[in-house]
Design a protein around this ligand. Sequence first.
Ligand SMILES: Nc1nc2c(c(=O)[nH]1)N[C@H]1C(S)=C(S)[C@@H](COP(=O)(O)OP(=O)(O)OC[C@H]3O[C@@H](n4cnc5c(=O)[nH]c(N)nc54)[C@H](O)[C@@H]3O)O[C@H]1N2
Ligand SMILES: Nc1nc2c(c(=O)[nH]1)N[C@H]1C(S)=C(S)[C@@H](COP(=O)(O)OP(=O)(O)OC[C@H]3O[C@@H](n4cnc5c(=O)[nH]c(N)nc54)[C@H](O)[C@@H]3O)O[C@H]1N2
Ligand code: SF4
Ligand SMILES: [Mo]
Length: 727
Amino acid sequence: MKLTRRNLLKKSGQLAGALALSLKGFNFFDWSAEAQEAEIEKAPTLCNTCGTQCGAWAYVKNGRVWKVEGHEEDGRSQGKLCARSHGGLRWVYDSDRIKEPLKRVGEEEFEPISWDQALDEIAEKLQDILHEYGPRTVGFGHYPRSTGTFYGERFMHALGVSTVCTHNTSCNAARNAGFINSMGGVPDADLANSKYVLMIGRNHGGGIRTDQMKKVSKALAGDTKIVCVDPRQNDIAKLADEWLPIVPGTDLALVLAISNYIIEEGLYDEEFVEEHAIGFEDYADNISRISPDWAEQITDIPADKIKEIAEELGGNRPQAIVHPSWGGAFGAVYANSDETARAVSCLNALLGNINQEGGLIFHPTPELGELDSDKHPAPEVPDTRRADGVGVMGEFPLAGDHGLPHYLMEKAKEGTFKSMFIRHHNPVRNFPDYDHMAEGFKSLELSVVFEINMTETAILADYILPECSFMEREEMISAVGGPKASIGMRTEVIPKVYEETKSFDEIIVELAERLDIGEYFNFTLDDLNEALLEPYDISLEEFKEKGSMLVDLEPPIGETDLNTRSGDFEFYSEVYEHAGRSAVVGWQPPAVGMNIEEDEFRFITGKEGFHSHTATANIPSLAQITKDYDTNRLWINSSVAEEMGIEDGDKVKVESSLAAREVRVKVTERIHPGTVFMPSGYGNRTPYYEKSQEIDTLNPNDLVPYRTSNISGHAMRQEALVTLEKV
Ligand SMILES: Nc1nc2c(c(=O)[nH]1)N[C@H]1C(S)=C(S)[C@@H](COP(=O)(O)OP(=O)(O)OC[C@H]3O[C@@H](n4cnc5c(=O)[nH]c(N)nc54)[C@H](O)[C@@H]3O)O[C@H]1N2
Ligand SMILES: Nc1nc2c(c(=O)[nH]1)N[C@H]1C(S)=C(S)[C@@H](COP(=O)(O)OP(=O)(O)OC[C@H]3O[C@@H](n4cnc5c(=O)[nH]c(N)nc54)[C@H](O)[C@@H]3O)O[C@H]1N2
Ligand code: SF4
Ligand SMILES: [Mo]
């Protein structure tokens, strides 16, 4: 079956027309036979049901997307997709999708308006705000991926706006800060070639990324010893060699105790430390009093076990890894997450595993070309002080340029921040403290949301602009680094299902014209993609047929130059010192939970393999998985349940300092007794999601108060204690 994409698009249109015309003399059996025998055609795309953006093939039958499969030449999917990708197809045809521009006319009430009216009004209001209050009162927030980042940033920069944010401070901002400021970046873990992996709060089976899932499967099937540290026996811990239930928020004590023991026992890589690192003495000195016995009191992990881990890590180095993790234990969860991340990075340095096979590897990312800046000048990056305090002394000097959407909502409530544009992101639901986020968002003078679904953020916006779904639009080529590097793009698989939807780049270009910054968008998406593809010996037309392409890049095995200020590993950080933070890592407790009352529990959360955040809750096939397996329940330990007279399936009231909610429980041995766990994807607060209401329970963010780390600016989304009461 060979078909060019242009033919495919033409044929899809023709087929839809032919079916409509033949209704008069309609014969069901002929129609059915014809429909069943219809050719199945395929076109390349990138899955969009989560941020991984796996390379995929879309199969089209009778003009409709029929199924998706992994693209074998893509570094992420490597030929296999996860369950969510199939569920995500529902978005394409969802009758509840946003189909035309909407203007808010009342509380969560909207009226459809034309594109001209929407864009004229938005441009005028934005112009007024910029004129009256200046560009520091405006911001853009998004889930950062190719087209969104390029067009969104360029648009904002052209207006003089510097406050561009992503979801990072709710995700992995602390992890990134810790690794970037010591190792110069976040490396890839070479799990399959490793002999020993300490996995701290990383659950590949719940927080899925297809390529990482492949690697961990290989490691689990091979000779790698995997030890999982997680207050809950997660999907990987079930299959791993050992599960160590730790007290939430205390991983820093564990990591520092292991590190100090490794130093004291001389188990570390002295050559690496002497030749390729700075500040070791200060670091070693700062943690010298942290013993396994002390850590046992804090973590609930026996001192002998801590020593054993240290010996096994040291004994297997450099084929030993403390996993850089992602979000769970030190991404954006506790007051000490920034320090935990830095401590994990330092421990890996002690193991001398950087750029070693079976260690942590900084794989390069394929190069992409650029637009000719003479023909298509880019706007200057504005030097306006950011509204969210990033880089500002006295505010958040070290927070990365991913920004602080939660802090902006505080500024909005104060009245000093006026307008926010949001794309492909649901900050009101996904950051802690719903009321804080919602009140802030409602206080804005102009809020615009680019969406496909009526999310919690969208229903509070002044204008909602409907993007066409990922199957209906072309996007910018993007590059993926890793052991299998590739470049890939989303192509237009089918014509628009709803006429009045547009792609983000189209909308931005139209808005830019109305704001007199059209000169920065004097190119087509094809021009841009041609420029990006320039380093490769393939035409854009050919690439659109191919979609994804592996790029052969040498892994930097043995490379010791790191992307830090000194070029070496930095146990001692001058950057931290200049910003008034501790130059070397040390113990810091979480914000709450070090002294808990008898009836209190630490409250944690995490992903399930069949939902993406709260975005997929309304997809019927995925909601059905929740129902069939009855997963939207609060995990509590069986001994605690017995003591409290609570049985599996009972309803409890769960209450934090912020709010109380009711939820059914799952009674299990698979959780530390002082902890309760709630899967993260539920508790949608939008009346427009029918399916999610059927599985509605609580969202952890309802119970966690608003806080901000003074290092990376992350939102500490697990700093809450709760009490339970049987209902
Ligand atoms: N199916 C699915 N896959 C996804 C996503 C999704 O929404 N759904 N999202 C993607 C994104 S954006 C991300 S960031 C990744 C996240 O990937 P992960 O970070 O692996 O996912 P989480 O489930 O958030 O957290 C992992 C584990 O941390 C544990 N944990 C919680 N608190 C602590 C603690 O104090 N200490 C320790 N040691 N462990 C703790 C939880 O019990 C959980 O099992 O997943 C990505 N993949
Ligand atoms: N309680 C709790 N909170 C969490 C987490 C947790 O585990 N527990 N995880 C945290 C993590 S790791 C992260 S990364 C953040 C994620 O937080 P967000 O970045 O807000 O992630 P999503 O909920 O996936 O939001 C993606 C949005 O994009 C929309 N969308 C989908 N396709 C398209 C499209 O084609 N165009 C447009 N314009 N929009 C589209 C979806 O409807 C959805 O609203 O949440 C964080 N918050
Ligand atoms: S990990 Fe799953 S949902 Fe995410 S892009 Fe890949 S296939 Fe799609
Ligand atoms: Mo994330």
